[in-house]
Design a protein around this ligand. Structure first.
Ligand SMILES: Cc1cc2nc3c(=O)[nH]c(=O)nc-3n(C[C@H](O)[C@H](O)[C@H](O)COP(=O)(O)OP(=O)(O)OC[C@H]3O[C@@H](n4cnc5c(N)ncnc54)[C@H](O)[C@@H]3O)c2cc1C
Length: 395
């Protein structure tokens, strides 16, 4: 079969690229190696800004919890909470969320070939010939939305492998709940100080389980399982949660903040394959959806204006203009928080800082605004820090 666009991967990046390209009138095929709905290791927190990126509403039944606030928790389990009256995100089951995105791509006219793996591809004249586990497909353009281990990136030569500092490492488990837990507000996403370099813990409430994990860097991933289990034990004791066994899953994700090559000829990377993840929060769904839309729009524009050669450079420019500054700042925050004790002390004495995390999720502020305002308030922050004006608060 011959298509305008072949998209590898039916995650958020692939589904967004496929839907937007199909809406522009292009013939599109999505190639997904797993059967849809497919499992994706994730904490499942979709920020409000990611939901705003969709051109349709997410059905209510796909929401496990509406998230209205953020809590930062230091090593001594002192808590600093910013709760709003607004929804700043939703927890979802990734298998269901991604399957719905795929459905919307199909409704727009994209074809889905699931249980079909991309094996290799080559350029032949104006066409790209793809060898898949289910036979050959040809397309004019290829979008690699095939995640952190992108085969498209490897075959095209865009990236043979990640450098160690390019990758984050996550460990998490789903802890079943029998009912409400005292001290855990289902509407509040918790971020925890973990005693390990470059690490941050999280606790997100889903319908009948908690997703608890840590994100760290591949630079220090060796001891992270022991670190995770120690922290999990302390957390469960603190919250009176019964932990019967560790069912830990580990997974890599890219760290944003570096400018990387993301195209080669008529091959373009989007989402995790391109390295678009916020290094501090680990948020990737928003950037996957957005980069998927950007590349679809750039292909359509390139075809309309007879400017196929400029698609790659225009797409790269658009992504990095939109994401790079915030990614760099989030990387800086991740490194700073990696030294954990001081910044969490900082939050302890200046609990208003938690508001900025909620703002980032809502898109009403970003790291730049956060750091600017911290800069402006720095003298006051320092003096209150020195005077111990804001003592620890238990919420
Ligand atoms: C533990 C963990 C927790 C996270 N929590 C959050 C969170 O709470 N919120 C958030 O916003 N982000 C979170 N992220 C990041 C987020 O999951 C990713 O950024 C997002 O899934 C990227 O979407 P994508 O479409 O680029 O890639 P993916 O969702 O990884 O999709 C890639 C798809 O490509 C398919 N594929 C791969 N190779 C081939 C091939 N050769 N042929 C065909 N198909 C192929 C895969 O099967 C997969 O379906 C988390 C990540 C991890 C690891």
């Amino acid at each position: 079969m011959d298509y305008d666009v072949a998209v590898i991967g039916a995650g958020p990046a692939g589904a967004a690229a496929a839907r937007n390209a199909a809406l522009k009138g292009l013939s599109v095929v999505m190639i997904e190696k797993q059967a849809v709905p497919r499992m994706k290791p994730c904490a499942g927190l979709v920020s409000q800004k990611a939901l705003q990126e969709l051109d349709f509403d997410l059905p209510e039944e796909l929401t496990a919890q509406k998230i209205k606030g953020v809590k930062m928790v230091d090593r001594e389990f002192n808590e600093f909470t910013e709760k709003t009256s607004r929804i700043i995100g939703r927890t979802v089951k990734r298998s269901e969320f991604d399957a719905y995105l795929t459905l919307k791509a199909r409704e727009a006219g994209a074809e889905l070939k699931d249980s079909t793996q991309l094996l290799s591809f080559r350029e032949e004249g104006q066409k790209i010939v793809l060898d898949t586990s289910q036979g050959q497909i040809t397309a004019r353009f290829l979008i690699g939305a095939d995640g952190v281990y992108s085969r498209t990136a490897k075959i095209s030569g865009i990236r043979k492998k990640w450098r160690r500092w390019d990758l984050g490492f996550t460990l998490y488990m789903d802890l079943p709940l029998e009912g409400p837990v005292e001290g855990i507000d289902p509407e509040v996403a918790e971020l925890h100080c973990v005693s390990y370099p470059f690490s941050l813990g999280w606790l997100f409430h889903h319908e009948n389980y908690l997703n608890i994990g840590i994100g760290t860097s591949k630079l220090v991933d060796k001891k992270s399982i022991a670190v995770f289990h120690t922290w999990l034990d302390r957390l469960c004791r603190q919250k009176n949660l019964s932990l019967k066994e560790y069912k830990t899953q580990g997974y890599y994700l890219p760290a944003g903040g570096f400018k990387r090559t993301i195209t080669s000829g008529r091959v373009y990377l989007a989402g995790d394959a391109a390295g678009f993840v916020d290094s501090f929060s680990g948020e990737g769904i928003y950037f996957a959806l957005k980069s998927g839309r950007f590349i679809a729009e750039e292909i359509a524009l390139g075809l309309k204006e007879n400017g196929i050669e400029q698609i790659g450079s225009r797409y790269t420019k658009r992504c990095y203009q939109d994401f790079l500054k915030e990614f760099r700042l989030s990387l800086a925050v991740a490194i700073f928080l990696g030294k954990k004790v001081i910044p969490f002390q900082f939050v302890r004495h200046n609990p208003f800082l938690v508001r900025y995390i909620a703002n980032i999720m809502e898109n009403t502020g970003g790291y730049e605004i956060m750091l600017k305002e911290i800069g402006l308030k720095f003298p006051k922050i320092l003096s209150s820090f020195a005077r111990g004006k804001y003592g620890p608060q238990k919420s």
